[in-house]
Design a protein around this ligand. Structure first.
Ligand code: NCD
Length: 334
C-alpha cells in the first residue's frame, strides 16, 4: 500500500505489510518523540485538528505528533463551537478547512461522517473516531503496544490470545482492533461482555471466516483464563439511548488486583484505550494495579504519539527523510 496522499478512514484499508511498515516507521520516531533530536520533516505544514466529540489523548497526541515533526496545528473543538452548530454541512466544512490545512484529523459522533467529509476534502483526512464505527489510529497504537509488550515475553501477535472486555457493542476501538488483528495468524479472541453489549455479528463473522478462534462469554473468570492480553473498555454511556440503560452495565466486569491475580496468568498484559471511568460505580480498571509492571495503559498512550507521527510521515511520503531533516535539541536538559 502506498500511503502518500491517502485518507486513513478504516483499518480495512490495511494489509499486513502496510501495518508492518507503520510499526517500523513508528520505531524510527522514538528519538524525535523523546526530544533527543528535533525534526523539521513537516516544517511549515498545517494540521487541521477537528474534534466534534470529547477527546483528551487522541486530540493532544495527534497535535503533539504533528508538532514533533515540525508542523503547526489549528484546532476546532466541539460541535457547539463550530459552524456545524449554525447548520453548515460537513461538505462545506470540508471544502473550507481543506483549503486551510495540509492534512486533517477529524472525530465526529456519527458513523461514516469522517468518510463523508473526506469525499469533499482536498487534503488527506485521518479518522480519529466516527461514532461506534472505527478508530483506526487507536487500533494501530494498540497493535504496536501489543507487539512491544509481547516481545518482553518472547512472543508475537501471531498466536496471541486476547480478551476484549466490557462494552464491545458501542466501543469503536475494539471494532477496529479486532479487524486489524484479523491480519495476523492464529489469533484467539475471547469476547467478554454482557450479551446485550456483544461484539457486532459482522465482525465475529469476519474473524471466523478467516479461521480465527472466537469465544463469546459473559463470564469474566473463565473468559480471562490463559489470555496474553486483557483489553478492558469503558461502558460508552454517551452512545446508549439513555443514561439509565448504560447504568445497568456499570461495574459489570472489573479488572483489579483481585480479578487479575485470581483469573489471569502472571504474564498477562493489561491494556485499555483510556479514558478509564474511575467513578466508584464503574471503576472498570482499578488503580490498585497501577504499579503492576504488566499494566501497559500509559505506555500504550505514549505509543500513540509514535504511531501518529508515523502516519503523518507516511501520508506525506516523507518517511525516508527523517535523518536529513533532523536538528539538535538545544533545550533538552535531561
Ligand atoms: C476511546 C474512544 O474515543 O473511542 N478513547 C480514545 O480515543 N483513546 C475509548 C473511549 O472513549 O472509551
Amino acid at each position: 500500500m502506498d500511503f502518500k496522499g491517502q485518507h486513513i478512514l478504516s483499518v480495512s484499508q490495511f494489509d499486513r505489510p502496510a501495518v508492518e511498515k507503520i510499526i517500523a516507521v513508528a520505531d524510527q520516531m522514538r528519538p524525535y518523540a523523546a526530544r533527543e533530536k528535533l525534526s523539521q520533516l513537516l516544517s511549515g505544514a498545517i494540521l487541521g485538528n477537528m474534534f466534534f466529540e470529547p477527546s483528551t489523548r487522541t486530540r493532544v497526541s495527534f497535535g503533539c505528533a504533528f508538532n514533533k515533526l515540525g508542523g503547526h496545528v489549528r484546532e476546532t473543538v466541539g460541535i457547539e463551537n463550530s459552524a456545524l452548530a449554525k447548520g453548515e454541512s460537513l461538505k462545506d466544512t470540508a471544502m473550507v478547512i481543506s483549503g486551510y490545512s495540509d492534512v486533517i484529523v477529524m472525530r465526529h459522533p456519527l458513523e461514516g461522517s469522517v468518510a463523508e467529509f473526506a469525499k469533499t476534502s482536498r487534503v488527506p483526512v485521518i479518522n480519529a473516531g466516527d461514532g461506534t464505527n472505527e478508530h483506526p489510529s487507536q487500533a494501530l497504537l494498540d497493535l504496536y503496544t501489543m507487539s512491544k509488550e509481547l516481545e518482553r515475553f518472547g512472543s508475537t501477535v501471531d498466536g496471541v490470545h486476547i480478551a476484549m472486555v466490557g462494552d464491545l457493542q458501542y466501543g469503536r476501538t475494539v471494532h477496529s482492533l479486532s479487524k486489524l488483528l484479523n491480519l495476523f495468524n492464529n489469533v484467539k479472541f475471547s469476547f467478554i461482555s454482557p450479551s446485550q453489549l456483544a461484539m457486532p455479528a459482522d465482525i465475529i463473522k469476519q474473524l471466523k471466516d478467516n479461521g480465527q478462534e472466537v469465544i463469546e462469554t459473559d463470564h469474566l473468570e473463565s473468559g480471562l483464563k490463559d489470555v496474553d492480553i486483557v483489553y478492558q473498555t469503558r461502558i460508552q454511556e454517551e452512545r446508549f439511548p439513555s443514561k439509565e440503560q448504560a447504568d445497568a452495565f456499570r461495574g459489570a466486569f472489573r479488572i483489579n488486583r483481585f480479578s487479575y491475580s485470581q483469573f489471569c496468568k502472571p504474564s498477562a498484559v493489561v491494556m485499555h484505550p483510556l479514558p478509564r471511568d474511575s467513578r466508584e460505580d464503574a471503576n472498570e480498571l482499578d488503580t490498585d494495579l497501577d504499579q503492576h509492571p504488566n499494566l501497559a495503559i500509559f505506555r500504550q498512550a505514549d505509543n500513540g504519539v509514535l504511531v501518529r507521527m508515523a502516519l503523518f510521515a507516511l501520508i506525506f511520503g516523507l518517511e525516508n527523510k527523517l535523518a536529513e531533516t533532523e536538528t539538535e535539541c538545544s533545550w533538552r536538559s535531561l
